[in-house]
Unconditional design. Structure first.
Length: 142
C-alpha cells in the first residue's frame, strides 16, 4: 500500500528567492522541516515534544533530489509521510509540490534517538514508540 501523505501548504516568500529569481536550494530543507514538524507535532513527536519527553532526535541522513525550481509567491504543498523502521530511528519521506501539484523535489530525513545526555537509544522508548505507532496508524487510514 502506498503511503498516505500529510499536506502542509506554504507560499514561497520574496526573501527565499535568489539572484536567479528561484527559491534558493537550502530553503527546500527548511520546508521539509516545516512539513515534518507539522505532521510529527500532531502526535507529540516534533523536536520540542521529543525534548520534553527527555530525548533528542538529531538528523543523521538527509536526502533531497531537485526536479524543478520554485518561484516567488508560488503556492507549495509539503507532503510528508513516515516509515516504520527496525531500529530506534524516525524516517520521514517528503515531497515538495508546486503549482498543479508538479513535483519540485523529493527526499527524506532519518533521525536517531538519543537521551538528553546524547546516549544513543537502540530501541525506541515505549512513550516514543506509542506516539510513532499512532502517527503511522493515521497514515495507513485513508
Amino acid at each position: 500500500m502506498p503511503p498516505i501523505w500529510h499536506e502542509t501548504p506554504l507560499t514561497v516568500r520574496f526573501n527565499e528567492v535568489d539572484s536567479y529569481q528561484v527559491a534558493w536550494h537550502g530553503h527546500f530543507v527548511a520546508w521539509m522541516e516545516v512539513g515534518r514538524n507539522d505532521l510529527a507535532g500532531r502526535f507529540e513527536l516534533n523536536a520540542e515534544q521529543i525534548g520534553a519527553a527527555g530525548f533528542r532526535a538529531p538528523v543523521v541522513t538527509l536526502e533531497l533530489k531537485f526536479r524543478r525550481p520554485a518561484r516567488f509567491n508560488e503556492r507549495l504543498i509539503i507532503a510528508t509521510s513516515a516509515r516504520r523502521c527496525e531500529s530506534a530511528t524516525l524516517e520521514f519521506p517528503c515531497r515538495i509540490m508546486g503549482e498543479g501539484r508538479a513535483l519540485l523535489a523529493e527526499g527524506s530525513t532519518i533521525h536517531v534517538l538519543t537521551d538528553s545526555a546524547g546516549i544513543l537509544q537502540y530501541r525506541l522508548p515505549p512513550l516514543i514508540a506509542g506516539r510513532l505507532e499512532r502517527l503511522l496508524a493515521s497514515l495507513e487510514t485513508p
